[in-house]
Each structure stands twice: as C-alpha cells, then as structure tokens.
Design a protein around this ligand. Structure first.
Ligand SMILES: Cc1cc2nc3c(=O)[nH]c(=O)nc-3n(C[C@H](O)[C@H](O)[C@H](O)COP(=O)(O)O)c2cc1C
Length: 201
C-alpha cells in the first residue's frame, strides 16, 4: 500500500516558466482549497490573489521590512540581511502569481480565556493548512507548479497592511503559483521511517 499517486505528485516547485496563470484557474484553486475540513463549519479562510507586479512588490516590501528588523535585532551582519531579504523579494516578485491565505475570527467560537482562544485559533490554522494542501494538490492536477512560503505567519499585520486588507484578515500562508520551469527536476523524497513515527496503544 503506497500513498495515492496524486498526493505523491505534488512537489514544492520554486522555479517557473514565463507566463501568467489565468485568473479563473486561480479561482478554481481557491475553490478546491475551500473543500477542506474546517472547525464547526466555519471556513475561517480568506484569500488574496496577487498577480500584478505592484501587488507582489507591496507584499514583498511590507514583509521584508519586518524581516529586516527581526534579523537586525538578532544581530545578523547587514550584508547577510540584504542578501536574504533581496532573495526572498525576488522569489515573491518573480513568481507568476501568489495566493495569500488569511484567517479571520469570523465564524470561530469566542472564549473568555487565553487557553481556549489559542486552541480555537490553532484549529483554524490546522484547517488553513488542510486548505493549502488542497490548493496545491489541485494546482498539481492542473499541471501548475506551487510552493508554500511561510513568511506571512511571522508578520500577519505587516502583510495585511501592505495590501490594505480588511483589519480582521490575518495573512498566515503564501503559495507561489505558476507554470513549472521545464528544467525542474524533483529531488527524491526521503523514505518515511514509519517505525519511528508511529505508536500503537
Ligand atoms: C508551513 C510550511 C512552510 C513552508 N515554507 C517554505 C518557505 O518559506 N520557502 C520554501 O521554499 N518552501 C517552504 N515550504 C516547503 C517545504 O520546504 C517543502 O514542503 C518540503 O521541503 C518538502 O518538499 P515537497 O513539498 O516537494 O515534498 C514550506 C512548507 C510548509 C508546510
């Protein structure tokens, strides 16, 4: 018994052939994302498609400023910071399209205490992860390349404000989408060491 082929086929592809992704195709990816399970039927996800240079640059610059400040606080050498921030900016601004996954409290349960608030938000984040996986599986099925980029989860407010999104939309995950670079060669995945990863009770 192996994983289904359509799961195996999805890879994180970071290099793209030139060419825009038509907006209806991007909408179809979001529709696939929204088939994911969500806590108490909440669908706490909001989606932003960025396929213009201005929008991609705005997001990259907003998040880049935060990252630069964090790395400076960490004491990293300024030249290395420049390299990292510039490389990230290039990745975001050269991808044909970006899909930004946001969470909102709308539809989630509200609790008076921090412990349950954190758990509720954690559930929403888990469901966003399921939605993003759906999105990338649907992209693979449509012969599109995709790659999840973590950056927004480190700076949701900066990402939101860079794009003038509604206050309650909190960016958490970014997916690069485009046509795969024909030169892309997948690296073999390491075997799953099932004996080390699971327990029986
Ligand atoms: C939450 C999350 C964050 C990730 N962030 C990044 C990222 O910032 N940059 C990147 O190039 N890949 C990122 N990835 C992709 C992983 O590196 C990739 O899934 C992993 O190397 C396995 O490769 P595969 O997806 O081809 O199986 C992220 C994946 C996840 C699930």
């Amino acid at each position: 018994m192996t994983a289904p082929d359509f799961i195996e086929a999805r890879r994180s592809i970071r290099a793209f052939a030139p060419g825009a992704v038509p907006r209806p195709k991007l909408d179809a990816l979001i529709e696939a994302a929204c088939l994911a399970p969500a806590p108490h039927h909440s669908r706490p996800w909001r989606w932003v498609i960025l396929d213009t240079g201005d929008a991609k640059r705005a997001l990259a610059d907003g998040m880049g400023a935060r990252w630069r400040a964090d790395l400076t606080t960490d004491g990293m050498a300024p030249e290395r910071i420049d390299e990292l921030v510039e490389s990230s900016r290039r990745k975001l601004t050269t991808a044909p399209a970006l899909v930004l996954g946001c969470l909102t409290w709308e539809g989630l349960d509200r609790y008076p205490d921090e412990r349950r608030r954190r758990a509720e938000w954690g559930m929403a984040l888990l469901s966003l992860g399921a939605a993003i996986e759906n999105l990338m599986l649907a992209a693979t099925d449509d012969h599109l390349a995709s790659c999840w980029v973590a950056a927004p989860i480190f700076c949701p407010e900066e990402a939101r404000d860079a794009l003038a999104l509604p206050n309650e939309w909190l960016p958490q995950a970014l997916v690069l989408v485009g046509h795969p670079d024909p030169a892309y060669q997948p690296v073999a995945r390491p075997a799953v060491p099932i004996e080390d990863l699971r327990a029986h009770r």
